[in-house]
Write a protein that binds this ligand. Structure first.
Ligand SMILES: NC(=O)CCC(=O)C(=O)O
Length: 265
């Protein structure tokens, strides 16, 4: 499966500029043999949380139709990062979604762990549905959003649902880069799955600088491809899903688990 992550600077409070940027990246990238394109978190608006209602989609529209066309025109599945989103009269959720290569919505998930350090609980609603495995090209995958990375139980849950790849879509600040890299590797190693992590670069008008370093990590914890911390670029790797079985045979953690002794899980 060939995966390409689009790492770019999200222009805060300028949805049109961000849609244009994504459209340009699609037209400038050779996607002829690509299976999956991945976008970052909150990429239509950035973190202008005080005004987030102004930038929110409703039931993911119109951004869903925009991505549907790019997915179908380019014959790729798009893990479309996340966007601010309402459901009618609801508050605003941080909702991630995925469109298949026919432009059909195959999965949507609203961030369940809101980030106190970025004031998300003050302005956003927390998703109250479990994250679930879903299929891309017949393979089970999972999807998590940024701060979710700090919750190993979520990643274990997704792996136990059969996820062979877990996508992490993020706007992760540069001051906690060490956590970003360490936790991404840890989630790959402890679940023996691929981690595909998409982040943004640049500084928002509120002064938050993002860490870049989007990356693709294999089930042994090795980084297969990685972006710089501060450049807009496309990160590409071809991943071998059979390698998961080899790692799980060599280090059989799923067989060694002692569910009977873990009291609080
Ligand atoms: N957008 C986010 O969820 C950022 C998470 C973060 O800053 C952290 O976990 O640290």
């Amino acid at each position: 499966m060939k995966i390409q992550i689009f790492q770019f600077q999200v222009i805060d409070s300028d949805t049109e500029a961000n849609l244009n940027k994504v459209e340009n990246m699609f037209s400038e990238t050779d996607l002829s043999s690509t299976d999956v394109v991945v976008l970052p978190e909150m990429w239509t608006s950035g973190y202008d949380l005080e005004n987030i209602k102004d930038y929110a989609a409703d039931h993911l529209e119109p951004v869903k139709s925009f991505i549907a066309k790019l997915a179908a025109d380019n014959n790729v599945t798009v893990v479309a990062g996340s966007v601010p989103n309402t459901y009618g009269d609801s508050g605003v959720y941080n909702t991630a979604f995925t469109m298949d290569n026919n432009g059909e919505l195959i999965y949507e998930y609203s961030k369940m762990h809101l980030v106190p350090m970025l004031n998300e609980p003050e302005f956003l609603e927390s998703g109250d549905k479990s994250a679930e495995g879903f299929e891309i090209n017949g393979e089970t995958v999972g999807l998590a959003i940024c701060y979710d990375l700090r919750f190993p139980e979520l990643f274990r849950d997704l792996s136990l649902s059969g996820a062979k790849i877990i996508f992490v879509v993020a706007e992760w600040p540069i001051e906690r880069t060490e956590h970003w890299v360490t936790l991404l590797k840890a989630r790959a190693i402890e679940n023996q799955c691929y981690i595909v992590a998409s982040n943004t670069v640049g500084t928002q008008s509120n002064g938050t600088e993002f860490a870049g370093r989007s990356m693709i990590i294999n089930p042994f914890g090795e980084i297969l491809a990685e972006a710089e911390k501060d450049t807009e670029e496309v990160v590409t790797a071809e991943i071998d899903l059979d390698y998961i079985d080899q790692v799980r045979t060599d280090i059989p953690i799923f067989k060694s688990r002692r569910k009977d002794l873990y009291k609080n899980l």
